[in-house]
Design a protein around this ligand. Structure first.
Ligand code: 0X9
Ligand code: CA
Ligand code: ZN
Ligand code: CA
Length: 541
């Protein structure tokens, strides 16, 4: 506390011990005058609100919720027809997980300025405002942001300002508090006094909770609308992709297609701002960090930017560049950030080939997360065991493989009775039919603008099977009319599980919003029946 503040506090205590003087309550810590180019929290709020007032057609300001200390965590949505949730790819950018990383809020404000002042004059910005919905969260950790300015002049504070039970040590490292592989791998601390304290439980910090709930709120009809994300940190001049929890490049919880896309997008951004692109664990292992959670949970192409400067010798040199650096060091990231906002329309297109571009058709489901599949949607299922789920299947064997432990992509698929059980017949389909229904899928009006429905599948059965057993794929038209477009029946022989390919025209449903229903049946006498699907696609030509 400064001498002046101490004197004021003493005077207040003597004169009016029960009342907080208005001047002291309003006193807001600020940057020293030599660094006045930085925004403190009230200045940040004022600038965001001024942008919304000046550009009401394309900027909407809202709070995603409150910090531990009750401060609003402010966000802006930037898009044409901003009051309407249009069917446009969404991008999320956030700043200031870590209190002392003030340049990140300046970067977030700079992006807001590019998108507003450039609208109608800059062709790239205009196109991206029209064709994307960009969300910016300006300071995820407003309590820490303020507290950092109560030092002399700074505290080099990192965490939030949440007390920890049983200790005077304050704060959780918000970027170790996310719920994917939280605390798994030596990439965080369990000690409340540590700068990388992970918190008592995953999402124990109000700030990560409200972030989680905001991202969850962007799942519409089973599909996460946010396709790309940047979290802004300082420092090191790096662009990092997941995972942080492991040094393995392509672990089971990442598909090789997604990994290639991460590397390509990361390098393409780095070529635009001169940063170094690498896997986040190449820097060091983290667990419970934000981009791991965003990719693992929602398959968002999520990057950490470590802004200016490059790695320095002290925390003060790392995080407190002179305010004269702000304009150039935020402008430097303009083309990289606009590039990613653009690529959110089809991240796989970054790979350049027509084949990958085609993956941005009406449906691309690698089944690595559940993108809106609902079991027994009609309520008419009769199967008692072996129900459909989006899962990592165990392998089973009875006279050869009946359920495959491997999938076509990644580690999950749509499978009947994913678990192994004590024998191959423990968790196979029993007692009738199990169904699973897709999210609504909108097909273009012209049947030449989309390809056939393609998928990988198997139906495996034992010798007691018959034509009463089946795997079917059904198209449910917009008016609900079902049509079987694929069917494989059982037979009185032993048929092992092996991934096969299928392709069916959906031309008859052009212009409709359809659902797919996948059905597996153990009919007639009880027999060993297993089925699975993976990589279900309706591509564009
Ligand atoms: O440690 C962090 O949370 C980030 N770096 S910072 O200096 N801004 O604190 C890095 C997060 C990215 N993940 C990994 N490096 N694993
Ligand atoms: Ca819009
Ligand atoms: Zn950071
Ligand atoms: Ca898969």
């Amino acid at each position: 506390m400064s001498l002046l503040a101490t004197a004021l506090a003493l005077a207040a205590a003597l004169v009016a011990p029960l009342a907080v003087p208005a001047a002291a309550a309003a006193a807001e810590p600020d940057f020293p005058s030599s660094m006045s180019g930085y925004h403190n929290y009230p200045e940040m709020v004022a600038e965001i609100q001024a942008a919304a007032a000046s550009y009401p057609d394309i900027v909407q300001v809202f709070s995603i919720g409150k910090s531990y200390g009750g401060r609003d965590i402010w966000a802006a949505k930037i898009s044409d027809n901003v009051a309407t949730d249009e069917a446009e790819p969404e991008v999320l950018i956030d700043a200031l997980h870590h209190a002392r990383e003030h340049l990140t809020t300046e970067q977030a404000l700079a992006i807001l300025r590019w998108m507003t002042t450039g609208y109608g004059s800059d062709t790239t910005v205009t196109r991206l405002v029209n064709a994307r919905e960009t969300f910016i969260i300006f300071a995820l950790n407003p309590d820490g942001m303020r507290y950092d300015l109560t030092g002399d002049p700074f505290r080099a504070w990192r965490k939030n300002r949440q007390p920890n039970a049983g200790t005077t040590a304050v704060g959780t490292d918000l970027n170790r508090n996310y719920g994917y592989r939280w605390g798994c791998c030596g990439g965080s601390s369990g000690k409340p006094s540590a700068t990388t304290y992970r918190g008592a439980t995953p999402f124990s910090a109000p700030e990560t909770q409200v972030f989680r709930d905001f991202v969850k709120s962007r799942v519409i009809d089973g599909i996460q609308q946010i396709r790309a994300h940047i979290t802004l940190h300082t420092n090191g001049e790096l662009i990092l992709w997941p995972y942080g929890y492991t040094k393995t490049n392509v672990p089971a919880d990442m598909t090789s297609l997604d990994h290639t896309t991460f590397v390509t997008l990361g390098r393409a951004q780095a070529s635009r701002n001169g940063y170094t692109a690498q896997q986040s664990s190449d820097l060091y292992i983290t667990d419970g960090d934000q981009i791991d959670w965003l990719y693992a949970t929602y398959r968002i192409f999520s990057f950490t930017y470590e802004l200016y400067p490059s790695e320095q010798s002290t925390v003060w040199k790392d995080h407190y560049p002179d305010d004269s650096k702000i304009p150039a060091q935020t402008a430097r990231n303009r083309t990289a950030i606009l590039y990613l906002i653009n690529q959110a329309g089809c991240p796989y297109a970054a790979l350049g080939s027509d084949a990958r571009r085609a993956d941005c058709g009406p449906l691309f489901d690698d089944l690595e997360i559940n993108r809106g599949w609902v079991r027994n949607a009609a309520g008419t299922d009769t199967a008692t065991r072996g129900l459909w789920s989006v899962s990592n299947p165990a392998s089973t064997s009875s006279n050869g493989p009946k359920q495959l432990g491997t999938t076509v992509s990644g580690s999950r698929a749509l499978v009947t009775g994913a678990r192994a059980g004590t024998s191959a017949s423990t968790n196979d389909v029993d007692g009738g039919t199990t169904t699973v229904r897709s999210r609504p899928i909108t097909l273009p009006a012209s049947a030449t603008s989309y390809g056939p429905l393609t998928f990988r599948y198997y139906l495996a059965h034992g010798v007691t099977s018959s034509r009463d057993d089946a795997l079917r794929v059904i198209v449910e038209a917009q008016d609900g009319t079902p049509t079987v477009v694929f069917q494989e029946l059982g037979a009185a022989n032993d048929d092992d599980a092996a991934w096969a390919s299928a392709s069916r025209s959906l031309a008859a449903w052009a212009g409709q919003t359809i659902h797919l229903v996948v059905e597996a049946t153990d009919g007639g006498r009880d027999s060993l029946v297993e089925a699975a699907l993976d990589d279900i696609r309706i591509r564009r030509p």
